[in-house]
Design a protein around this ligand. Structure first.
Ligand SMILES: Nc1ncnc2c1ncn2[C@@H]1O[C@H](COP(=O)(O)OP(=O)(O)OP(=O)(O)O)[C@@H](O)[C@H]1O
Ligand SMILES: [Mg+2]
Length: 390
């Protein structure tokens, strides 16, 4: 029985649907057992369920004997990426050793981190880690020391290469998920990060990489633009909202688990107000079950959908945070689109700016709008309503 949940990625009892995506992903994972590797780039707009899908897949992979690493790149700079990824790989490698509380020790500040890393280094062979881990640990300790003495780190590139090579030195099979991977496009090494990444990982036979990201255009650029080192390195899996049928099935199942049912019209209102975005379906579901009575009515559904885009709702706040990062013109363009304009020319009539195509392309890159035969369209129904207030 599925339960509604809003605010963080979901898995297991809160996870619904996505059978096709999961079976596609799992086929890729198991292909490496037969010696063929295919990485995947999971691309979709905000709040569509990418992280949840990646987590659920990682859970299945773990149950099938893979070691799994999940690294959220959001907010990580180059150095913290290297550190966090290294920490995650160490914890994965030592996860069967309950005496090794790696993550906690490494978070305890520089002195504690050096002590923890040195302890592992001293026990590399007893812990049955490969020699590559010893090299990695020495570089990590060196970096921590440089940081402690305020020196500019000399060894970052070497440490990055040592870290990226670790999973291939393991005797286990690995699934490595990088969430919000587009963030790495801005990393140091004079824009060579992806080139180094590719060189270090391309011949690894026991690792599948899954890259998830919400900046649709940036992800397409990283994996599709021939000038970029990772182009062609991953097959793209588009993550889209639930269909009408799935959305209604999800709501019914969710209501059922709270001992409730819903009118047909109520389900229709909830579908139209959420366009199948799982985050919105969950939030609306939770609000609907707050009403007394066993049946969700159409009026209640209408109230919930109205409330969803009002300033006090957490949905509003999450969307506002995303829109807050945009400039004024981008927001005016979105407003013009929400008013019903679909072509660049008509959109531009409400925007005092001439280079409309540059802005439209940027909004597409951020995953906020799509373009098809019918013209430009805002993907997210809550964004569509909120920008009307600008
Ligand atoms: N398969 C699913 N079944 C049920 N609910 C889901 C599912 N996937 C996502 N959700 C709902 O959507 C919300 C957002 O999911 P998630 O964080 O996975 O999306 P995301 O695409 O990674 O978003 P963001 O771009 O903001 O990181 C979850 O908190 C949950 O409420
Ligand atoms: Mg996410």
């Amino acid at each position: 029985m599925v339960r509604f949940s809003f605010g963080a990625p979901v898995s297991d009892d809160n996870f619904f649907n996505r059978e096709d995506e999961l079976s596609y992903l799992e086929k890729r994972l198991f292909a490496i057992k037969a010696g063929s590797r295919n990485d995947i780039a999971m691309i979709g707009p905000r709040r569509v369920g990418k992280s949840s899908l990646a987590l659920q897949m990682a859970g299945h992979a773990r149950a099938k004997g893979f070691k799994t690493v999940f690294l959220d790149c959001e907010g990580l700079d180059f150095e913290s990426f290297i550190k966090e990824y290294g920490n995650a790989l160490l914890s994965a490698e030592l996860e069967d050793r309950p005496d090794m509380k790696i993550r906690e020790a490494l978070r305890g500040g520089t002195v504690a981190a050096i002590a923890a890393l040195s302890e592992i280094l001293g026990r590399v062979s007893a812990l049955e880690l490969s020699a590559a881990f010893a090299d990695f640990l020495k570089l990590r300790i060196e970096l921590e020391r440089e940081r402690m003495t305020g020196k500019t780190p000399q060894s970052l590139r070497e440490l990055l290469e040592a870290t990226l090579s670790l999973p291939a030195k393991s005797s286990s099979k690995y699934v490595v998920v990088f969430d919000e991977f587009q963030e790495t496009a801005t990393y140091g090494l004079e824009k060579q990060f992806h080139a180094v990444f590719r060189r270090a990982t391309q011949f690894q036979k026991n690792v599948v990489y899954v890259y998830a990201g919400s900046s649709v255009g940036m992800m397409e650029d990283v994996f599709g633009n021939k000038r970029n080192p990772l182009a062609g390195n991953a097959d793209i899996l588009g993550v889209v909202p639930f269909s009408e049928e799935t959305s209604k099935r999800f709501l019914k199942a969710g209501f059922g688990s709270y001992g409730k049912s819903a009118d047909k019209e109520a389900l229709q209102v909830l579908w139209e107000g959420t366009n199948g975005f799982p985050a919105y379906l969950n939030w609306a579901g939770l609000r609907c079950v707050d009403f007394p009575g066993k049946n969700v009515s159409k009026d209640e559904a209408v109230r919930v959908i109205e409330e969803m885009a009002s300033p006090l709702s957490p949905v509003y706040q999450s969307v506002e945070k995303q829109l807050g990062r945009l400039g004024r013109f981008s927001r005016l363009i979105l407003r013009s689109m929400a008013q019903g304009n679909k072509t660049a020319t008509t959109i531009a009539t409400n925007v005092p700016k001439t280079n409309i195509y540059v802005y439209l392309e940027r909004l597409r890159k951020y995953g906020l709008i799509t373009k098809n035969e019918a013209g430009y369209k805002i993907i997210d129904p809550v964004i569509r309503r909120m920008v009307l207030n600008y």
